[in-house]
Design a binder for this molecule. Structure first.
Ligand SMILES: Nc1ncnc2c1ncn2[C@@H]1O[C@H](COP(=O)(O)OP(=O)(O)O)[C@@H](O)[C@H]1O
Ligand SMILES: [Mg+2]
Length: 388
């Protein structure tokens, strides 16, 4: 009886994807924690996974299920996913907890990002596609919905977040904790906590001619030495492409989701694919694609597809992730960036589409519900989902 090589490969792909599913409470991935009890793939495309939870009826189950499901979509051979839920035995649970504690003690970088904060990297293959505009607007939109949102401007060289959010100032330290304090901007009932290289250097005088490793160290400081405090989301404006900073962040924030920004143009879409494959090699989940500069809409409401059409949809399909929305070319976007009042707070086509995108982001990257898993509930034991 020969072992079917391709089935083994798919099983391995499944396990690799599951390594990106993190138990939000324990902070490690479910494979490492010994929660994945069985992975069975059939030629028919049916996948059967058994996952043991720390506690039956754990409210985090919904989140784990969603993450598993989203990740299995990355494996084209799989047509349906059946997840069976069981509970760890007392002995297994003790082992899982030990493992989680051990992992925490081994963490190379102890970031100040709370475990219950969902971090979202806004990435793109190249610059100029609107990554920073999207970051500033999504963060502002989330805050306008009453949330506390961190904004990390990780584009050390090309920082533009201070300008776009209309925040000016210098970072100061907390004398007691010896940590850097982010600059605060209130939006409605929500709050933005902002960190950017722009708050450390004088834009006109600075020649930030640093090499990758030094840049990476700067970003590391922003994660280790900033007093971020409670946050629902951390939105990160990534530098374009796939350099040291991007890889460093991927390693330091393994629980991050990534959103890829592209324009309708074919070349932009091709380089965006490279960013996506970097994300995948670090097990980061790609939550979706946003197409920016989709079309110009004139006052009569006519569309002009200046940069072509369909790039976002095509990239989303290629990556097996949703297209979270498209943003038209709208002078209010750049006006908003220049004036420091993001367009999402105003009116018009771009504001409307950005607001829809924020709702999609909330659905695609659900806020972590920090209820702990102490209550025993009823355990719905299995669920089958079609994978398309
Ligand atoms: N949808 C849009 N409509 C009009 N101008 C836009 C739009 N998106 C971005 N811009 C403008 O394009 C330029 C590049 O955007 P930016 O967000 O800085 O890109 P990136 O961060 O990817 O380099 C900025 O001047 C910005 O104001
Ligand atoms: Mg930028």
């Amino acid at each position: 009886m020969g072992i079917d090589q391709s089935d083994l490969e798919i099983k391995e792909k499944v396990i690799n994807q599951l390594r990106g599913v993190v138990d939000p409470e324990l902070g490690s991935d479910i494979v490492d924690l010994g929660m994945v009890k069985e992975v069975d793939f059939k030629k028919t495309g049916d996948l059967h996974i058994t996952i043991a939870l720390t506690t039956a009826g754990c409210p985090l189950k919904a989140q784990i299920q969603k993450d598993v499901r989203l990740r299995m979509k990355n494996i084209l051979e799989i047509t349906s996913v059946k997840i069976e839920w069981t509970e760890l035995t007392d002995a297994e649970r003790a082992q899982t907890m030990d493992r989680a504690r051990f992992n925490l003690s081994q963490e190379d970088v102890v970031t100040q990002i709370p475990r219950t904060t969902k971090s979202i990297m806004i990435a793109s293959g190249k610059g100029g596609v609107g990554k920073s505009s999207v970051t500033a607007n999504i963060a502002t939109g989330l805050a306008a919905r009453g949330l506390t949102v961190g904004v990390l401007d990780a584009d050390i060289w090309g920082f533009s977040i201070p300008q776009m959010l209309g925040v000016d100032g210098r970072l100061a330290g907390n004398e007691e904790t010896k940590k850097i304090v982010p600059l605060i901007k209130n939006v409605g009932t929500g709050t933005l906590k902002i960190i950017s290289m722009g708050f450390l250097v004088d834009e006109n005088k600075a020649s930030l001619n640093w090499r990758g490793l030094i840049l990476n160290r700067a970003v590391r400081h922003f994660l280790e030495d900033v007093e971020w405090g409670d946050m629902d989301y951390l939105v990160i404006d990534m530098p374009p492409g796939t350099g040291d900073v991007q890889m460093g962040l991927a390693k330091m924030l393994p629980r991050s989701d990534m959103i890829v920004v592209t324009t309708p143009s074919k070349t932009v879409q091709t380089v965006a694919t490279r960013v996506a494959s970097m994300a995948q090699s670090y097990y980061l989940r790609i939550a979706g694609v946003i197409e920016n500069m989709s079309a110009f809409i004139n006052e009569e409401g006519n569309y002009y597809e200046i940069f072509g059409t369909g790039g976002g949809e095509k990239l989303a399909q290629e990556l097996g992730v949703p297209l979270l929305g498209s943003i038209p070319i709208d002078p209010f976007v750049s006006n908003g960036s220049d004036s420091g009042v993001p367009v999402i707070l105003g009116e018009g086509h771009a504001a409307e589409s950005l607001n829809l995108i924020v709702d999609e982001v909330l659905a695609a990257v659900p806020k972590v519900n920090p209820i702990d898993c102490t209550a025993h509930g009823t355990l719905e034991t299995s669920v089958t989902i079609s994978n398309n």
